[in-house]
Design a protein around this ligand. Structure first.
Ligand SMILES: [Zn+2]
Length: 211
C-alpha cells in the first residue's frame, strides 16, 4: 500500500512505536514496538520482550493490547488503532481481530511470519473478521533498518565470541618444543640370575612369602 494513505498523525504514532522498538533493542530483544491510540490519544505502549519475561506471547502488539484492554476494562477495543513497526504474526493478527480493533497499521513487512499479506493475510479472510482494517508500509524503511541493524550487530557479536573462543583454545596448545619433558621414571636392569623360574617353585614360601 502506498504511504499516501497515511496521515501525519499516523506517522507520529509510528514514530512512537519506533521509540518502543528501541526499548526492546536496549534489553537485547528483537526491536519491535507498538502503540495503541483511541480517538487519536495514546493509551498503551508495548515492545517485544518474550526472552526477558519468559513469555512466548510477549510480542509488542500483545503487550500493548493487554495494557489497553486493562485500562479500558474491556476485552474488545473497537475504537482503537494499533501501530506496530513490523507486520503482525499470526498470533498477534488473531489477537487484534479478537479484540475487534478498528485499524492496524504496520511498518516493515515480514517475509518470514507476516500474517497481513506476506505469508498469509488473516485480515483478508472473510470468514474470520470484518472489523479490523489493516495497512502496511508506514515508515517501513526506518522500521526495517532497526531490525537489520540489530541482527547485523548480533551476528558480529556472535562472530567475535567464536573468535575469542578459538583464540582461548589456541592459547592452550603450547608448541611441543616448549613443553617440559615427561618424567620417564627410573628403569631397573634385572639381573637374570636373580630371576626365579616359577616352575621350580613348590610353595609360596619359596618366593619368600610366609604361608
Ligand atoms: Zn506477533
Amino acid at each position: 500500500m502506498s504511504e499516501s494513505l497515511f496521515t501525519p498523525a499516523d506517522e507520529r504514532a509510528m514514530r512512537l512505536a519506533l521509540d518502543q522498538a528501541l526499548n526492546a533493542a536496549l534489553i537485547g530483544e528483537v526491536p519491535v514496538g507498538a502503540v495503541i491510540l483511541r480517538d487519536g490519544q495514546l493509551i498503551a505502549t508495548g515492545y517485544n520482550r518474550p526472552i526477558t519475561t519468559h513469555d512466548p506471547s510477549a510480542h509488542a502488539e500483545m503487550v500493548a493490547l493487554r495494557h489497553a484492554a486493562e485500562l479500558l476494562e474491556n476485552y474488545r477495543l473497537p475504537d482503537c488503532e494499533l501501530f506496530v513497526t513490523l507486520e503482525p504474526c499470526a498470533m498477534c493478527a488473531m489477537a487484534l481481530m479478537h479484540a475487534r480493533l478498528k485499524r492496524v497499521v504496520f511498518g516493515a513487512w515480514d517475509p518470514k511470519t507476516g500474517s497481513a499479506g506476506s505469508v498469509i493475510d488473516l485480515f483478508a479472510q472473510p470468514q474470520l473478521n470484518h472489523h479490523t482494517a489493516v495497512q502496511g508500509g508506514l515508515l517501513a524503511e526506518p522500521c526495517g533498518d532497526l531490525l537489520r541493524e540489530f541482527f547485523a550487530r548480533r551476528r558480529a557479536e556472535q562472530k567475535a565470541q567464536r573468535q575469542r573462543e578459538r583464540e582461548a583454545l589456541a592459547g592452550l596448545q603450547v608448541p611441543a618444543a616448549e613443553l617440559p619433558a615427561i618424567p620417564a621414571g627410573e628403569a631397573l636392569e634385572l639381573d637374570a640370575a636373580q630371576l626365579v623360574d616359577l616352575n621350580d617353585l613348590t610353595s609360596f614360601s619359596d618366593l619368600g612369602f610366609k604361608p
